[in-house]
Ligand binder design. Structure first.
Ligand code: GDP
Length: 138
């Protein structure tokens, strides 16, 4: 059964002009785009999105980074979307990411790692609802 996941093209990838190339990878992997928007978010919006990481030492840097420039928010659909997107993204630290993954190709560091993808069904539901209204998902 088709499953939905949530993704972000992060400010580093947008700034470097990798958005189109990342769309191509997502398309080639068989995902349908169900929702899409380009935004520049505030630090407070980034803090709300990443609240699960609020005790982590990198929380302040991460939320400053995520609010440093335009990002593209995506709701993606396919069978096994959550796990398949995580596989396509590669490891959090691009130094550990497998050849051919988006982070291996486009990420610069463990923080500026090009793309976000939900890690579980409950997180996908929270993340989609945080950024999108139901009528924006087509
Ligand atoms: P993900 O699910 O692979 O995105 O990784 P996590 O959920 O563990 O972390 C969320 C985001 O925080 C990552 O994608 C990175 O942008 C950032 N991050 C994770 N670990 C570190 C770290 O050790 N240092 C810094 N500066 N950022 C990190």
């Amino acid at each position: 059964m088709a499953q939905r996941t949530f993704s972000i093209i992060k400010p580093d990838a947008f700034r470097k002009g990798f958005t189109g190339a990342i769309f191509a990878e997502i398309d080639k992997a068989g995902f349908q785009i169900v929702g899409i928007k380009k935004l520049s978010i505030s630090k407070a919006q980034a803090q709300g999105f990443y609240y699960v990481h609020k005790e982590r030492p990198f929380f302040d840097d991460l939320t400053t980074f995520m609010s440093s420039g335009p990002i593209v928010l995506l709701v993606l659909e396919k069978e096994n979307a959550i796990a398949d997107l995580r596989k396509l993204m590669g490891a959090t630290n691009p130094a550990n990411a497998e050849e051919g993954t988006i982070r291996k190709k486009f990420a610069g560091s463990i923080q500026e790692n090009a793309i976000h993808g939900s890690d579980a069904e409950e997180t996908a539901a929270f993340e989609i609802g945080y950024w999108f209204a139901g009528y924006e998902l087509i």
